[in-house]
Design a protein around this ligand. Structure first.
Ligand code: ZN
Length: 202
Protein backbone atom coordinates (compact mmCIF):
# COMPACT_ATOMS: atom_id res chain seq x y z
CA UNK A 1 0.00 0.00 0.00
CA UNK A 2 1.24 3.47 -0.79
CA UNK A 3 0.14 6.94 0.20
CA UNK A 4 0.15 9.50 -2.56
CA UNK A 5 -0.01 13.10 -1.41
CA UNK A 6 -0.85 16.26 -3.31
CA UNK A 7 0.93 19.48 -2.41
CA UNK A 8 -0.21 23.05 -3.15
CA UNK A 9 -3.80 22.20 -4.06
CA UNK A 10 -5.46 25.12 -2.24
CA UNK A 11 -4.45 28.60 -3.41
CA UNK A 12 -4.60 30.24 0.04
CA UNK A 13 -2.21 27.63 1.46
CA UNK A 14 0.21 28.07 -1.46
CA UNK A 15 0.26 31.79 -0.64
CA UNK A 16 0.77 31.33 3.12
CA UNK A 17 3.99 29.36 2.46
CA UNK A 18 5.12 31.75 -0.31
CA UNK A 19 5.25 28.88 -2.79
CA UNK A 20 4.84 29.19 -6.55
CA UNK A 21 1.36 28.38 -7.87
CA UNK A 22 1.68 25.02 -9.66
CA UNK A 23 0.10 24.42 -13.07
CA UNK A 24 -0.21 20.69 -12.43
CA UNK A 25 -0.57 18.76 -9.15
CA UNK A 26 2.56 18.51 -6.98
CA UNK A 27 2.97 14.86 -5.98
CA UNK A 28 4.93 13.13 -3.24
CA UNK A 29 4.65 9.71 -1.61
CA UNK A 30 4.73 8.48 1.97
CA UNK A 31 5.63 4.85 2.73
CA UNK A 32 3.12 2.53 4.44
CA UNK A 33 5.12 2.90 7.68
CA UNK A 34 3.82 6.49 7.85
CA UNK A 35 0.29 5.36 8.70
CA UNK A 36 -1.15 6.28 12.13
CA UNK A 37 -4.64 4.90 12.68
CA UNK A 38 -7.23 4.19 15.36
CA UNK A 39 -6.79 7.49 17.19
CA UNK A 40 -3.27 6.51 18.27
CA UNK A 41 -1.10 9.28 19.76
CA UNK A 42 1.55 11.05 17.68
CA UNK A 43 5.05 11.32 19.14
CA UNK A 44 7.03 14.33 17.91
CA UNK A 45 10.24 12.95 16.36
CA UNK A 46 13.59 14.11 17.70
CA UNK A 47 14.85 15.45 14.36
CA UNK A 48 12.41 18.37 14.19
CA UNK A 49 11.51 21.41 16.26
CA UNK A 50 8.62 22.45 14.01
CA UNK A 51 6.06 19.76 13.10
CA UNK A 52 3.03 21.22 11.35
CA UNK A 53 -0.48 19.81 11.03
CA UNK A 54 -2.02 19.68 7.55
CA UNK A 55 -5.59 18.40 7.52
CA UNK A 56 -6.61 16.85 4.22
CA UNK A 57 -9.44 14.88 2.66
CA UNK A 58 -8.24 11.32 2.06
CA UNK A 59 -9.68 8.86 -0.46
CA UNK A 60 -9.15 5.10 -0.47
CA UNK A 61 -8.60 3.46 -3.87
CA UNK A 62 -10.86 0.42 -4.35
CA UNK A 63 -9.46 -1.17 -7.53
CA UNK A 64 -6.28 -1.17 -9.56
CA UNK A 65 -5.97 1.42 -12.31
CA UNK A 66 -3.39 3.00 -14.56
CA UNK A 67 -3.86 6.15 -16.65
CA UNK A 68 -7.44 6.49 -15.41
CA UNK A 69 -9.49 8.93 -17.51
CA UNK A 70 -10.88 11.75 -15.36
CA UNK A 71 -14.47 10.87 -16.28
CA UNK A 72 -14.03 7.38 -14.77
CA UNK A 73 -11.99 8.40 -11.72
CA UNK A 74 -15.04 8.38 -9.43
CA UNK A 75 -15.38 4.60 -10.01
CA UNK A 76 -12.03 4.07 -8.29
CA UNK A 77 -12.99 5.12 -4.76
CA UNK A 78 -15.99 4.49 -2.50
CA UNK A 79 -14.68 5.66 0.86
CA UNK A 80 -13.28 8.91 2.15
CA UNK A 81 -12.05 10.36 5.41
CA UNK A 82 -9.88 13.16 6.73
CA UNK A 83 -6.29 12.78 7.86
CA UNK A 84 -3.22 14.75 8.79
CA UNK A 85 -0.15 15.08 6.60
CA UNK A 86 2.30 15.81 9.45
CA UNK A 87 5.22 17.82 8.07
CA UNK A 88 8.59 18.60 9.67
CA UNK A 89 8.50 22.16 8.34
CA UNK A 90 12.03 23.08 9.47
CA UNK A 91 13.50 20.05 7.73
CA UNK A 92 11.32 20.60 4.64
CA UNK A 93 12.51 24.21 4.34
CA UNK A 94 16.15 23.07 4.44
CA UNK A 95 15.54 20.40 1.81
CA UNK A 96 13.60 22.81 -0.42
CA UNK A 97 16.41 25.39 -0.21
CA UNK A 98 18.86 22.78 -1.47
CA UNK A 99 16.46 21.52 -4.14
CA UNK A 100 16.38 18.07 -2.49
CA UNK A 101 13.41 15.67 -2.19
CA UNK A 102 11.06 16.20 0.79
CA UNK A 103 10.74 12.57 1.92
CA UNK A 104 12.46 12.94 5.29
CA UNK A 105 10.22 15.88 6.15
CA UNK A 106 7.00 14.28 4.91
CA UNK A 107 7.28 10.49 4.96
CA UNK A 108 8.62 9.79 8.43
CA UNK A 109 7.04 7.19 10.72
CA UNK A 110 3.44 7.98 11.72
CA UNK A 111 3.32 11.17 9.67
CA UNK A 112 0.03 10.12 8.03
CA UNK A 113 -2.92 10.23 10.43
CA UNK A 114 -5.90 8.41 8.91
CA UNK A 115 -9.45 8.92 10.18
CA UNK A 116 -12.33 6.47 10.08
CA UNK A 117 -13.46 5.89 6.50
CA UNK A 118 -17.04 6.62 5.55
CA UNK A 119 -18.90 5.82 2.32
CA UNK A 120 -18.83 8.61 -0.26
CA UNK A 121 -22.36 7.64 -1.32
CA UNK A 122 -24.70 10.50 -0.52
CA UNK A 123 -21.86 13.00 -0.19
CA UNK A 124 -20.80 15.48 -2.85
CA UNK A 125 -17.05 14.92 -2.93
CA UNK A 126 -16.59 18.19 -4.84
CA UNK A 127 -18.24 20.28 -2.14
CA UNK A 128 -17.26 18.92 1.26
CA UNK A 129 -16.57 20.99 4.35
CA UNK A 130 -13.81 19.75 6.62
CA UNK A 131 -11.92 21.19 9.55
CA UNK A 132 -9.30 20.52 12.21
CA UNK A 133 -9.46 21.58 15.84
CA UNK A 134 -6.48 21.97 18.14
CA UNK A 135 -7.36 21.93 21.84
CA UNK A 136 -10.95 22.71 20.89
CA UNK A 137 -10.25 25.69 18.58
CA UNK A 138 -10.75 25.48 14.82
CA UNK A 139 -7.29 25.95 13.26
CA UNK A 140 -7.91 24.83 9.68
CA UNK A 141 -11.09 24.87 7.68
CA UNK A 142 -11.60 24.01 4.02
CA UNK A 143 -14.03 22.92 1.37
CA UNK A 144 -13.11 20.60 -1.47
CA UNK A 145 -14.64 23.08 -3.94
CA UNK A 146 -11.58 25.27 -3.23
CA UNK A 147 -9.21 22.64 -4.65
CA UNK A 148 -7.28 23.73 -7.72
CA UNK A 149 -7.32 20.11 -8.95
CA UNK A 150 -10.43 18.11 -8.02
CA UNK A 151 -10.21 14.62 -6.51
CA UNK A 152 -11.02 13.10 -9.91
CA UNK A 153 -8.41 15.22 -11.69
CA UNK A 154 -5.86 14.22 -9.05
CA UNK A 155 -6.60 10.50 -9.57
CA UNK A 156 -6.32 10.88 -13.35
CA UNK A 157 -3.02 12.75 -13.04
CA UNK A 158 -1.41 10.54 -10.39
CA UNK A 159 -2.33 7.31 -12.22
CA UNK A 160 -0.40 8.40 -15.30
CA UNK A 161 2.79 8.04 -13.25
CA UNK A 162 1.93 5.57 -10.49
CA UNK A 163 -0.41 2.64 -10.98
CA UNK A 164 -3.03 2.93 -8.27
CA UNK A 165 -3.76 -0.26 -6.38
CA UNK A 166 -6.56 -1.40 -4.12
CA UNK A 167 -6.05 0.08 -0.66
CA UNK A 168 -3.80 2.94 -1.75
CA UNK A 169 -4.59 6.26 -0.09
CA UNK A 170 -4.57 9.71 -1.63
CA UNK A 171 -4.11 12.81 0.51
CA UNK A 172 -5.64 15.58 -1.57
CA UNK A 173 -3.92 18.68 -0.20
CA UNK A 174 -4.37 21.03 2.72
CA UNK A 175 -6.15 24.39 3.00
CA UNK A 176 -4.59 27.39 4.73
CA UNK A 177 -4.00 27.55 8.47
CA UNK A 178 -1.19 25.01 8.82
CA UNK A 179 0.75 25.45 12.04
CA UNK A 180 2.93 23.81 14.66
CA UNK A 181 1.87 21.16 17.17
CA UNK A 182 3.31 20.82 20.65
CA UNK A 183 3.45 18.18 23.37
CA UNK A 184 0.02 17.90 25.00
CA UNK A 185 -2.02 19.19 22.05
CA UNK A 186 -5.16 17.34 21.08
CA UNK A 187 -6.15 17.39 17.41
CA UNK A 188 -9.56 16.38 16.04
CA UNK A 189 -10.51 16.06 12.38
CA UNK A 190 -14.03 16.54 11.03
CA UNK A 191 -15.79 15.99 7.73
CA UNK A 192 -18.85 18.22 7.92
CA UNK A 193 -19.89 17.90 11.57
CA UNK A 194 -18.69 14.31 11.92
CA UNK A 195 -15.53 13.71 13.89
CA UNK A 196 -13.41 11.06 12.14
CA UNK A 197 -10.23 11.11 14.22
CA UNK A 198 -8.58 12.47 17.30
CA UNK A 199 -4.85 12.52 17.87
CA UNK A 200 -2.99 13.36 21.06
CA UNK A 201 0.45 14.87 20.51
CA UNK A 202 3.13 13.41 22.80
ZN1 ZN B 1 -0.10 18.09 2.67
Amino acid sequence: MKIVCIGRNYAAHVRELNNAMPDEPVIFIKPDSAVLRNNAPFFIPEFTQDVHHEIEVVVKIKKNGKSIPVQFAADYYDEITVGIDFTARDLQSKLKEKGLPWEKAKGFDHSAVIGKFIPKAGLNIHQLDFHLTKNGDVVQQGNTEMMMHSVDEVIAHVSQYFMLKTGDLIFTGTPEGVGPVAFGDELKGFLGDTQLFRCAVR
